[in-house]
Design a binder for this molecule. Structure first.
Ligand code: C2O
Ligand code: CU
Length: 492
């Protein structure tokens, strides 16, 4: 890697290790924009969508149109990032990121999984509200031993953008490349000119060895989580940001996933207009316009990008960094681009937005609180704790099936925590900040240092579910707990 590149990367690294991440000034305003309510525009034939661009797709081996049956293997591969930078990564089916799992809401998914790693692993289907025994955490399944297989089988309940990754030694296995996107389609999804998947990640390269730095080797990693010195988009380093092509007046759907260990991303699209059409929990009832997306690890955003003029369009990652004088600045790093050509015959397209299902309001029936803090144990080791407990065996709470819980997340220490709850969706109570003004259903929410965030959780999926910080080093150091949602009461 050239010296210039290393210098830029070193700057990223310094900023990430520091305490002073700048306050996000992005304003996730819900100003309405885009076409007004329009009639439902359901495709006639079932689920005809453009091929996904940017990642490959797991091959469906089952002829039944309502069953998606795939093979998934966790193993190794050599990744080449250009400039002679080559090293061994972990990979699903030999790919970083792993190939996309694509299905339609209501489909049955069967995954024949094999572990070709030398350590145990599992596959967790982040955001899918499936039965807990298929959730892929060590609380609900014995990790899959090296050389062993496991069959995951579940029905996907709803459409949206999700992702899969291990839930064993995640800070190590995911840093090395184990993560892949999930695209669940819906017959009501509008028909876009193209659909792109953008898996955003970062990795920490050790300049001395040229390989991925060992876990917890970077000072500050236990405190802030690992932020890398190389940004990746669909496995490509940002200096060689992947590119697409389009023409003027086309409208695309970009499905964006943040799979980094710890890095909260701040994103904008330059050269085109965009609005947010989907979040963790799927399509938004009302799309909204924002200048900048604040995207903690774990979250997904679906963007509708409209090309009104020809030229270069870029997805920019705004990275806090330090300049030569030690002043905090923001680097604008292009992580994806589209070259938009002219088309004299095309005219502006309006995407008709499907009517939202009418969900009756659910006032909270119970309050609960989770505190987040650091705890230094007797041996002087740093731990991260939820409600004062280091990865407790006992569940923090048992909630009634069907209840609606106002959950207060109180961060008592300085570093931020992207809190993730398995198996359920919640809505963030808007407190007027960029991290709370995030409409729609979520499974992950950012709780900045010293802040309190409230979410309203629909406890609709019975079972044993993990609740944890998605900064993988924090999870590894204790910030991992369980909540139980009781079984539905049988009808009399
Ligand atoms: Cu993305 Cu517990 O997971
Ligand atoms: Cu955390």
């Amino acid at each position: 890697m050239s010296r210039m590149k290393w210098m830029a990367l070193a700057a990223l690294m310094v900023a990430c290790g520091g305490d002073g991440a700048p306050a996000a000034d992005g304003d996730a305003s819900t100003a309405d924009a885009g076409p007004a309510d329009a009639p439902i525009d359901a495709p006639e034939s079932p689920l005809e969508f453009p091929d996904l661009e940017g990642v490959s797709v797991l091959e469906d081996m089952n002829a039944d149109p309502n069953i998606v049956e795939v093979e998934l293997v966790a193993g190794y591969r050599t990744l080449s990032l250009g400039d002679g930078l080559e090293f061994e990564m972990h990979a699903y089916n030999g790919q970083v990121p792993g190939p996309a799992l694509v299905a339609a809401a209501g489909d049955e998914v069967i995954v024949h999984f094999r572990n070709d790693l030398v350590q145990p692993t599992t596959v967790h289907w982040h955001g899918l509200r499936i039965p807990d025994e298929m959730d892929g955490t060590p609380r609900v399944q014995e990790p899959v031993a090296p050389g062993a297989t496991f069959e995951y089988r579940f029905v996907v309940p709803e459409a949206g953008t999700f992702w899969y990754h291990p839930h064993v030694r995640s800070h190590f296995q995911m840093e090395r490349g184990l993560a892949g996107p999930i695209v669940i389609r819906d017959r009501l999804d509008p028909d876009y000119d193209a659909e792109r998947v953008l898996v955003l990640d970062d990795i920490l390269i050790d300049p001395d060895t040229g390989g991925i730095a060992p876990a917890f080797s970077f000072h500050g990693e236990a405190v802030h989580g690992r932020t890398g010195n190389v940004l990746l988009t669909n496995g490509h380093v940002s200096e060689e940001a992947p590119s697409g092509v389009a023409t003027r007046h086309q409208v695309e759907r970009w499905r964006v996933v943040n799979t980094a260990n710890a890095r909260t991303m701040q994103l904008s699209v330059e050269g085109a207009t965009f609005r947010v059409i989907g979040t963790d929990g799927g399509r938004l009832a009302e799309p909204y316009v924002t200048e900048r997306l604040l995207m903690p690890v774990g979250q997904r955003y679906d963007l509708e990008v409209t090309y009104s003029s020809p030229g270069r369009v870029e997805l920019i990652s705004h990275v806090p960094s330090l300049d030569a004088a030690g002043e905090l600045i923001e680097l604008a790093v292009p992580v994806f681009g589209v070259d938009v050509g002219d088309d004299a015959t095309a005219t502006a397209r309006e995407i008709s937005w499907p009517a939202a299902p009418v969900e009756p309001a659910r006032p909270p029936t119970r309050d609960a609180e989770i505190t987040m803090n650091a705890l230094t144990d007797d041996a002087g080791n740093l731990n991260w704790v939820l409600n004062g407990l280091i990865a407790p065996e006992e569940p923090l709470f048992t909630f009634d099936h069907g209840s609606t819980v106002r959950l207060t997340l109180r961060n008592l220490a300085a570093p931020e925590h992207p809190f993730h709850l398995h198996g359920q969706f919640f809505e963030i109570v808007d407190q007027g900040t960029p991290w709370t003004s995030q409409p729609g259903l979520k499974d992950t929410v950012l709780v900045p240092g010293g802040e309190t965030v409230e979410v309203i959780v629909s406890m609709d999926n019975p079972g044993r579910w993990m609740a944890h910080c998605h900064i993988l080093e924090h999870a590894e150091l204790g910030m991992m707990a369980e909540v139980v949602v009781s079984e539905p009461v049988a009808a009399p």
